[in-house]
Design a protein around this ligand. Structure first.
Ligand code: BGC
Length: 521
């Protein structure tokens, strides 16, 4: 064995190698897959608050809004239209279904082809929605956008986690979330500009510009190398070894290579990833693949992301000021994500989850109380400027808390906890649960706001309590642990350990994991 691995402080092994330019560039290009998802999240809310768009596709919503404005009627119920929310959320249903197909492409053809497919489909969707003559084309275009998102979100996080050296995996993986936030911000800024276009076709510009991030990831994917894990799994062992040397920037890759081969051999014994994922020994990963994305959405973040302009309008801001406030939350979202980029591999995932959860909860309680105190249950009030500014401040602090915890970790943690044999399937479950919950919240938010009023903020706050306790009890720390060795972390966990028999633990390594070290993870 040349050189070889040593145990690091986190309890995982450090393979030889450094962060090479090659890996960094590959990860930056792959992470741009997050742009399409982000652009879409950011564009929908703004477009659905543009009057010409509403007049053309959703005239009944438009009239209701005009009426409400004239009559000063209940602010909470102004924008409640199932058809309008269907526009926003059709994409998430499509992404949900698509991610299952993406699992096969990602496993059989390699991660990059899922990214490429996602980019191209999104491109067609952008053209269709931008040029849509009627509501049917519009929704069909949205479905194609959703398919693109499903493929990208299924493949990009896995790609990043496989490419990255273990001790920088968090940082490189969070590139994906960073691109999501950049996409959201870009969309917010574009909406701000296009809303001012006099001819009433600004929304077409907003929707068509989705083609830009789509082209970036589609073209970028063509140049991406495959991950060594995927190459080995598909039988290209010699190529895989060359690639591993290249990505790690050293010839001393024997140990890691052997571990990857062992993981792949193990995965070959599994004929049906979908059935296998239900086995008892995978229970911890399965629970996380469902719970983490569901909780991520139950933070209520997309209420802000989709409906920030609408929400700010509800608070009595003028059109322009509403879009501007959405830009402000978008900026906070991007910059706060950097906090996790630089701390996730040092502080670890758990600390960020717990701190972010506490911050979000505090802000939700304050925002709920402030809105409740002004609007009460009738929803009719004039809000003074300063008061509204304080609300916006707490909304920003809430977004920041999300941006360094559940935002990035909601994609990072599921992508790093699965053994190879169920990784693609597991990631599809993660994406589809995320999309399902996004869909439900997008669809339910406006009716819920209308019914529960400011209590809604407390509703999401209660979920944040639940998820924070869940993390504290059930999520082991995964920082610095090589991805093919993760089973050791589960085996050492006070609760999950009982699901994994001793004979289920093979990591193809010749290093014993001392119990004392594992106890510290
Ligand atoms: C979530 C999205 C959310 C975004 C906000 C992502 O991690 O999956 O639903 O809109 O973060 O930045």
């Amino acid at each position: 064995m040349a050189g070889g691995a040593v145990l690091n402080a986190g309890g995982g092994k450090d393979y030889p190698g450094k962060l090479t330019m090659f890996v960094l560039l590959a990860c930056i290009v792959a992470a741009t897959g997050g742009l399409i998802f982000g652009y879409d999240i950011g564009i929908s809310g703004g477009v659905t608050s543009m009057n010409p768009f509403l007049q053309k596709f959703f005239p009944s919503v438009y009239h209701k809004e005009q009426e409400a404005e004239k009559n000063q009627s209940n602010q909470y119920c102004k924008f409640d239209s199932q058809l309008l929310t269907m526009f926003t959320s059709s994409l998430y249903l499509a992404a949900l279904v698509a991610s299952f197909f993406a699992a096969t492409v990602t496993r059989v053809a390699g991660r990059k082809w899922s990214m490429f497919g996602g980019g191209v489909t999104f491109l067609v969707g952008a053209a269709l929605t931008g040029a849509a003559p009627n509501v049917l084309t519009l929704i069909f275009g949205r479905v194609l956008l959703g398919v693109g998102v499903g493929f990208a979100n299924q493949s990009v996080p896995v790609y990043l986690s496989e490419m990255a050296p273990a001790r920088l995996r968090g940082m490189l993986n969070i590139g994906f979330q960073l691109m999501i936030t950049v996409g959201i911000l870009a969309a917010n800024l574009i909406n701000y500009g296009t809303a001012k276009i006099r001819g009433g076709w600004g929304w077409r510009v907003s929707l068509s510009l989705a083609a830009v991030p789509a082209a970036i990831i589609a073209v970028g994917a063509l140049f991406l190398p495959d991950t060594p894990n995927s190459l080995i799994d598909r039988g290209h062992t010699a190529h895989a070894k060359r690639m591993l040397r290249r990505v790690r920037g050293t010839d001393d890759v024997e140990e890691e290579y052997n571990d990857l081969v062992a993981a792949s051999d193990e995965s070959k014994t599994v004929a049906h990833p979908w059935r296998n994922i239900l086995q008892r020994k995978y229970r911890p990963q399965l629970v996380m693949a469902v719970a983490i994305p569901a909780f991520q959405q139950l933070t209520g973040i997309n209420v802000i992301m989709f409906y920030a302009p609408v929400l700010f309008k509800t608070l009595g801001f003028a059109d322009d000021a509403s879009l501007m406030s959405a830009v402000i939350t978008g900026l906070v979202n991007v910059f706060a994500t950097f906090v996790s980029v630089f701390t996730v591999d040092r502080l670890g995932r758990r600390k960020l989850f717990l701190q972010g959860g506490a911050q979000m909860l505090a802000c939700q309680v304050v925002v709920g109380a402030l809105i409740g105190a002004k609007f009460g249950f009738t929803g009719v009030a004039e809000i003074p400027k300063l008061y509204a500014a304080v609300v916006v401040f707490f909304i920003c602090a809430y977004v920041a808390g999300f941006a360094w915890s559940w935002g990035p970790l909601g994609w990072l943690v599921p992508s790093e906890i699965f053994p190879l044999e169920i990784r693609s399937a597991g990631q599809s479950i993660n994406v589809s649960v995320n999309m399902l919950c996004t869909f439900i919240i997008a669809q339910a938010f406006l009716p819920m706001l209308c019914k529960f009023k400011f209590i809604l903020f407390f509703f999401f706050g209660a979920w944040v309590v639940v998820m924070t306790v869940f993390i504290a009890l059930f999520l082991p720390e995964t920082k610095n642990v090589p991805i093919e060795e993760m089973v050791l972390v589960w085996k050492a966990h006070w609760y999950w350990g009982r699901f994994i028999r001793d004979e289920d633990v093979h990591v193809g390594a010749d290093v014993e994991m001392p119990a004392a070290k594992l106890a510290n993870i």
